[in-house]
Structures are given as C-alpha cells and as structure tokens.
Design a binder for this molecule. Structure first.
Ligand code: SAM
Length: 310
C-alpha cells in the first residue's frame, strides 16, 4: 500500500483546493443515482445531497482520488457497459459470481442488487479497507449485502503477498465467472497493467465464457502518458506514467497476459466518442461531467471492453 500512497500524495494531499475536488454537485446526481439512493438505500430525498457530501468528504479523507472528488461513485459504470443488460445481469440471476476489482464505494454491486441480482455471489475488492464500512454508510444495506463480500487486497502486491492474500485464498483462483474493472487499469503503467491483467486472469473461472469487462480512459493514440501535476511524480521523485490504450494496444496487453497465464481468450474493445456513445449504454450518461474532469485531454475517449475465456 505504501507504494501506492507515495504516488499522488504530496503535502496537503487532502486539501479541498485541488481542482478535482468538486465543491458542489452539478449533474452527477442522475435520475439513476437518485433512484438507487432513495429507493434502495431509503435516504429521504430532502437529505440526499447532505448525505452524499458527508460520505464523499469521509472518502476524501481516506484518499483524494479524482473518482472521489468528482463523485464518480454516483455513476454506474458497469450498468453502462453494452453487455450489462443482456449478459451480466441474466448470468447473475442464474447464480454466477461477480467480483468488482477497484470497487471504491461499491456502486456497481449495489446497482446489480437493485436490478435483481442475488447479493450472495457478489464481491468487491479494493486497496483501502475503509471503503467497506463507508460503502455501507453510503448505501445503507448491511441487511442485504452481508460483511465478507469485501476483500482488502493490493492487486500489485509482491507475488508472495498476493498469492497468500484474501482474493487468492478466500475467493480463490479460478473461481469468478464475471470480473468487472471499471476505471481501474488506467491507473497504472503498462508493466503494472500486465501484472494486474495476469492476476485477474488467475482469479477468473476456468469455464469457457467467463468474462472480464469494464471501461476506462482510452485514447486515440496509445502509449505511456505523464499525468498532470501532482500525479506526475512518484514519492521518490521519478516520473510516473500511466498507459493509455486504443483498442489495438488493449488487445495486445490481454493477449500477452493470456500467454503468461495460458488462458485462451477473445478480446473486444471499442473507443466511444461522446457523439456516438449510445452503444446500448445508459442514455443518462452526461458528458458535460466529463468535460470538467481534471485528467481528461482532448484525445481522451472512453474505452469499453470485454475479455472472454474461450
Ligand atoms: C478510479 S477509482 C474507480 C472506482 C470505481 N471502480 C468506479 O468506477 O468509480 C480506482 C479504485 O481502484 C483502487 N485501487 C488503486 N490501486 C489499487 C491497487 N493496487 N489494488 C487494488 N485497488 C486499487 C482505488 O482505491 C480506487 O478505489
């Protein structure tokens, strides 16, 4: 964890003057988010905004991610994936297992439950243990999603630590039918993406048809990119990069991970421009939110993908 924390955390890291700390909600509280919070979580409508600000500020105290400062936890990335309605949800209703890696406040799991998935086979994992209880505070659903569905695990931990960690020992290798990684892989450089991809493939069920899916920041031109300050340097002062993919480079990454792990797979990836976004996705997605995002560049696109075991 220390390795992660020495990244984007200079002195005063929790300051609310960072540009990715949005002081007020604008269009993030979509009808979908409002519906979940009032119907599933039973938050009285008059208390909604105060509830969101209070949880967000606690999450900011844990780590000042852009996804926290910009309220991404109100956006259901998995539900916007083109395979959600016709593949993910029906499979979950038949009892398949789902793991959300890098789940943060667990909004995607809650949306699945709200849409009818049985909670007993849904799991989340993240680097920060505090997210488990904070997610319960946000979604008020400890009566429906019992403790034990959240694993604190560093996907980049040294081999021995990862192998003996909760994901590999409590959930187990080769056990998960559906793994979702929304806005996750793009946090890392190519080397760490490859490490992450091989570990995710090790968790994936051996049954053909098992699937990894998600979305993340992509780019027309692939390659390592240096982020804007203060994310551009590691704690030791070295230059820190993240790898941005187009569909071709994304496929290369997973083919390489498939070779390392011996997993046969089929990769699909597509870049979405704001104008042709209605690719089976949630039409309530509002790109004006994206315009305000601190790390977005003009060549940034949303990359939707799936990796299926064949
Ligand atoms: C950009 S947020 C995305 C959260 C969520 N999936 C979403 O779509 O809103 C990335 C998440 O990955 C987690 N994370 C970062 N590095 C990690 C690591 N090495 N192992 C596990 N989780 C990590 C962060 O704590 C954070 O919650």
């Amino acid at each position: 964890m220390a390795k992660m924390l020495d990244g984007p955390v200079p002195g005063g890291a929790r300051s609310v003057s960072w540009p990715w700390y949005h002081h007020v909600l604008t269009n993030e509280l979509t009808p979908d988010a409002k519906n979940l919070l009032t119907t599933y979580s039973n938050v009285p409508p008059a208390e909604l905004e105060a509830h969101i600000y209070s949880i967000r500020d606690k999450a900011w105290g844990i780590f000042p991610w852009p996804c926290v400062g910009e309220f991404w936890f109100l956006s259901f990335g998995l539900a916007k994936h083109p395979l959600y309605r016709n593949m993910v949800l029906p499979r979950l209703k038949l009892g398949q297992t789902l793991l959300d890696v890098g789940a943060c406040l667990g909004q995607d799991l809650r949306k699945c439950i709200f849409d009818g998935a049985p909670p007993d086979k849904l799991y989340a994992s993240d680097l920060f243990p505090e997210y488990e209880n904070l997610a319960y505070d946000l979604w008020r659903d400890q009566d429906r999603l019992s403790p034990g569905h959240f694993f604190t695990d560093d996907i980049l931990a040294d081999n021995q630590i990862f192998t003996s960690g909760p994901l590999m020992t409590q959930l187990g290798p080769g056990q998960v039918d559906i793994i979702t990684i929304t806005m996750f892989l793009h946090l890392f450089n190519y080397e760490n993406q490859l490490k992450t991809a091989t570990r995710i493939l090790r968790l994936l069920s051996h049954k053909p048809g098992s699937i990894i899916l998600g979305s993340q920041a992509g780019s027309i031109d692939f390659g390592e990119q240096t982020l804007k300050p203060p994310f551009h340097r590691s704690g030791d002062g070295s230059r820190r990069t993240v790898f941005r993919h187009n569909p071709e480079s994304f496929e290369t990454l997973w083919r390489e991970a498939g070779q390392v792990t011996g997993v046969p797979l089929k990769v699909s990836a597509v870049l979405q421009k704001p104008t042709d976004f209605l690719f089976g996705a949630d039409s309530s997605f509002d790109f004006s939110v994206k315009k305000r995002r601190y790390l977005t560049r003009s060549e940034t696109r949303r990359l939707y993908f799936s990796i299926m075991r064949t």
